[in-house]
Design a protein around this ligand. Structure first.
Ligand SMILES: C/C=C(\C)C(=O)SCCNC(=O)CCNC(=O)[C@H](O)C(C)(C)COP(=O)(O)OP(=O)(O)OC[C@H]1O[C@@H](n2cnc3c(N)ncnc32)[C@H](O)[C@@H]1OP(=O)(O)O
Length: 477
């Protein structure tokens, strides 16, 4: 676990600043993270628990720092994120290692920097930069942060030693002009225009999300209201976000993204003790929406694909669709025309399964019909080399029933992409009762190569999930 602002860390900072102020020997205070990094924010696991509201809360720690009668310098190395950056903004000076990064990623978990970050940062960096960092969760490197006035010095040596030297230079300097709560926002006159431009961007990039809009509103308040009033409003906005369904879902997703790749099967096999095989070539069966989308994912990741579709007209149409999808990526600057051509060069279309004799993996994406799928898998079992993994994109059918049509049920798994497959990040890898750990490892590693967010799901769990999905869809409608 990384360094986060648990209750005991907040308490330590709060007491430490008070003690240092009371100690006549102390003339300046340096806040530095032990180990690899400055704090990367509040402990997300602590939200909604008593510990998150236990005094001293982060804002109280910040006030103690800002009101310190002795200069406080934050010495940043690694990453100063979220609440960590808010602590740094309460300090009178900030210095950082050249390779440090800072940012407000709260918006990515459906929140805003609610320990006065939306009101302090604009006073230091100006509105445009603050809106960009806060509403989009952009992290910036130390050089950029220095250029925008967030840092007072860049360090390339021992950060603690440099902080001590820096401290000796600022001892005795007046502190009021260093207290951000007492300053005005730099480019306040442009607030309405900047807000409108940023709002249009947010609505395009984070469609349907509430937090980015609240982030912008809160930054705008830093100009329209007094510091105290803007902080009060920031509190109201974060409380609303914190209790909303979007932030709950995004926080869940934050931990799920990190835990899913660390898969473990009931038999004890896991990502740590099972070696995946390398998939060099693949076949995709079915050139409908799903099959074409899956083929795009694969060729974009540099995996040569043989796309099998027995209806020749449909195959032709799919090849054009795939080319069109790649054209879209070129238009959006996500790939160059040259990369598009490279992708198309590794895609071959065919109408017969026997062309798949040499591929390492097959992903079947024909329509949801168990008998049809069993027939295809029985044929694949005969055509493909013994090591080929046979996977199905089925969302509803039982992997065990599909696997039992083959003599290699250990090499059969579900690789369930979500439509449109070339956009949606989630890939659900379903293992049946006979799927081997090596197959799970290979399929999970393959999904990682495609840039997917993964989930390894047991067949019975998939069925429960499906029922839940249907229930949620019904409610949504
Ligand atoms: C109000 C709200 C306030 C005041 C906040 O501060 S909200 C929190 C704002 N900060 C964040 O959102 C930071 C989130 N973390 C990250 O972006 C990344 O973890 C990182 C860039 C800091 C490091 O990335 P990386 O080196 O790739 O490591 P992992 O992402 O794999 O993380 C390692 C483990 O640490 C856990 N973690 C990370 N951040 C937090 C956090 N803020 N709270 C609780 N736990 C956190 C993460 O889940 C990993 O845990 P394990 O999977 O190893 O158990």
């Amino acid at each position: 676990m990384l360094k986060v602002l648990h209750h005991h860390v907040r308490e330590g900072l709060f007491e430490g600043i008070k003690r240092a102020n009371a100690d006549e020997q102390v003339r300046a205070i340096v806040i530095i993270g032990e180990g690899k990094t400055f704090p990367c924010g509040a402990d997300i696991r602590e939200f909604h628990t008593h510990a998150s509201v236990k005094e001293p809360v982060l804002t109280a720690v910040g006030h103690t720092i800002e009101n310190s009668g002795k200069p406080v310098i934050s010495a940043i190395h690694g990453t100063a994120l979220g609440g960590g950056l808010e602590i740094a903004l309460c300090c009178h000076y900030r210095i950082a290692s050249e390779n440090a990064r800072i940012g407000f990623p709260e918006v990515l978990i459906g929140l805003l920097p609610g320990a006065e970050g939306t009101v302090r940062l604009p006073r230091l960096s100006g509105l445009a930069f603050a809106m960009d960092m806060i509403a989009f969760g952009k992290q910036v490197n130390a050089k950029d942060a220095f250029r925008h006035g967030i840092l007072d010095k860049l360090c390339n040596g021992n950060i603690l030693e440099e902080a001590k030297q820096f401290a000796t230079k600022v001892i005795g300097q007046p502190l009021d002009s260093r207290r951000l709560s007492r300053l005005d926002v730099k480019d306040a006159a442009n607030v309405d225009l900047l807000f409108e431009v940023a709002l249009a961007q947010v609505k395009r990039k984070s469609r349907g999300q509430i937090a980015p809009i609240y982030c912008l509103k809160s930054v705008r308040n830093s100009v329209r209201m007094s510091f105290d009033k803007a902080v009060e409003e920031e509190q109201r906005l974060i409380m609303e976000l914190m209790t909303g369904y979007q932030s709950t879902a995004l926080q869940y997703s934050f931990f799920a993204d990190r835990s899913a790749p660390k898969w473990r099967l009931p038999c004890g096999a896991s990502v740590h003790n099972t070696k995946p095989s390398r998939i060099e070539t693949a076949g995709v069966i079915g050139a409908g929406t799903m099959g074409s989308g899956i083929a795009v994912c694969l060729i974009r990741a540099g995996v040569p694909v043989i796309l099998v579709e027995k209806n020749k007209k449909m195959l032709e149409k799919a090849m054009k669709t795939i080319s069109g999808i790649l054209d879209g990526s070129v238009k959006l600057n996500r790939m160059t025309s040259e990369q598009k051509e490279q992708c198309l060069a590794i895609l071959k279309g065919t109408s017969t399964l026997d062309k798949l004799s040499n591929v390492d993996m097959v992903i079947e994406a024909v329509y949801e019909n168990l008998e049809l799928k069993r027939e295809i898998f029985a044929q694949l079992d005969k055509v493909c080399k013994p090591s080929t993994l046979l996977c199905s994109n089925t969302s509803t059918l039982d992997i065990d029933k599909i696997a039992s049509a083959t003599n290699r049920p250990d090499k059969v798994a579900g690789t369930h992409f979500f439509a449109p497959a070339f956009i949606m990040k989630l890939m659900e890898n379903v293992y049946g009762t006979k799927t081997s750990p090596a197959t799970v490892a290979t399929v999970m590693e393959f999904g990682r190569r495609l840039g997917k967010e993964l989930e390894a799901t047991k067949e019975e769990i998939k069925n429960i999930r499906l029922h839940l999905t249907v229930t949620f869809c019904t409610i949504d409608l």
